[in-house]
Ligand binder design. Structure first.
Ligand SMILES: *Cc1c(COP(=O)(O)O)cnc(C)c1O
Length: 368
């Protein structure tokens, strides 16, 4: 529902396509699962699917029901279940709808074998635990899984997930463990997430799995999305709905955590933590008003936050605000807001609340 309250999340589908193509340019010898889990990182599963349906090699997500919905909507590419199956019904759906499923432990393999019926060949990604220590087979458990699977009509890919592809420790140590567990495996492998796609060409494999980069945020703390050539996809925007002139010593917001040290003009923005803006964002978090960058002041409330308009005298009630992204009010990378709030853009995107109306940001017709 498009309410008149001015907050909006604008989504640019063409930027998702651009970012997917950039992933493919970095991994020219791999196919790429477009990761659309968590409602496409808060961007809307169907928006991402529509943006990529004619370019993506495959889609990767969590819930079997959502994967089946993609099939029913005519998606013919491979669809990967990143955590595999959770029930007998999932096992049957995997076979019936030709889904590719992760299998990460023997219990899950048994669930698949017992219920899958295998009337048709099934594509399985066997997940190896190479150091993340969440999911996956080890050198001890993998042989048994392979023994079971080799008696069935399955296409097997070995897969692993990197814990520190964005950091100093990198991927070499996990690659080494992968080789040690996989032994003489010569079949297909699926390795790289966004960070590995962008930084570790040796750690791509036959299938890469780009997630965050599709949505225009950087997987790295010290390298910006723009430096990586990524285009911003989501813009969270709103407007100034109140203006206050503060005398020195006046405080702002709950807890009075910000005190004006000089005469100040502040703007109140229709956006709060109930919209998904991080409550932990401290005074000084970047925000843009009428094309100028400024800072938030005081605590974020449920429905409002305050920003410093002292040096933007032209901004009054109704002035457009960019909370993050690239909008009419200016550009504020989501990564910068996230860093200020002690989190990552992944979390900001996923947290955008259902009450925020979403509008598609499409290029103007005609292209004059
Ligand atoms: C979420 C996820 C990805 C995508 O990771 P990004 O850092 O967003 O690129 C890749 N692989 C697996 C198994 C995942 O769960």
């Amino acid at each position: 529902m498009n309410t008149s309250r001015p907050i909006r999340a604008r989504i640019a589908p063409l930027a998702i396509r651009h970012n997917y193509r950039l992933a493919k340019q970095h991994a020219p010898h791999s196919r790429a699962w477009a990761v659309i889990k968590a409602n496409a990182y808060g961007h809307g599963q169907w928006r991402a699917v529509d943006a990529l349906r004619d370019v993506a090699d495959g889609f990767a997500m969590l819930e079997c029901e959502n994967a089946v919905a993609l099939r029913e909507a005519g998606i013919t590419q491979p669809i990967l279940l990143l955590e595999g199956i959770f029930s007998a019904r999932d096992a049957r759906a995997v076979v019936e709808h030709r889904l590719t499923t992760v299998v990460h432990c023997l219990e899950q393999l048994e669930l698949l074998v017992r219920n899958g019926q295998f009337s048709a060949p099934v594509a399985v990604c066997l997940k190896l635990n190479t150091g993340m220590n969440r999911l996956g087979f080890t050198a001890q458990t993998l042989p048994k899984a392979l023994d079971i699977l080799r008696q069935l009509p399955v296409d097997i890919t070995l897969m692993t997930h990197f814990a520190e592809a964005d950091g100093e420790r990198g991927v070499a140590w996990q690659m080494e463990r992968f080789r040690a567990i996989a032994g003489d495996w010569s079949g297909p492998v699926s390795l790289g997430n966004s960070a590995a796609i962008l930084r570790h060409p040796e750690a791509h494999g036959d299938w890469v799995r780009p997630g965050i980069m599709l949505y225009g945020a950087s997987p790295f703390a010290e390298q910006s999305a723009a430096e990586l050539g990524l285009q911003s996809v989501m813009t969270l925007e709103s407007a100034i709905i109140g203006v206050q002139e503060l005398a020195p010593g006046e405080r702002v917001g709950y807890g009075g955590t910000f005190t004006a040290e000089r005469p100040m003009r502040i703007g109140v923005v229709a956006c709060g933590y109930a919209d998904g803006y991080p409550r932990h964002a401290p005074t000084g978090t970047p925000i843009a008003v009428m094309g100028r960058r400024t800072r938030t002041v005081g605590r974020v409330s449920m429905d409002m936050l305050a920003c410093d308009l002292t040096d933007i005298p032209e901004a009054g009630i109704g002035a457009p605000v960019t909370l993050w992204g690239k909008g009419v009010a200016g550009e504020v990378p989501a990564d910068e807001v996230a860093a200020a709030a002690g989190t990552i853009a992944y979390e900001l995107f996923c947290a955008v609340a259902p009450r925020v109306p979403v509008v598609l940001d499409l290029p103007a017709e005609g292209g004059r």
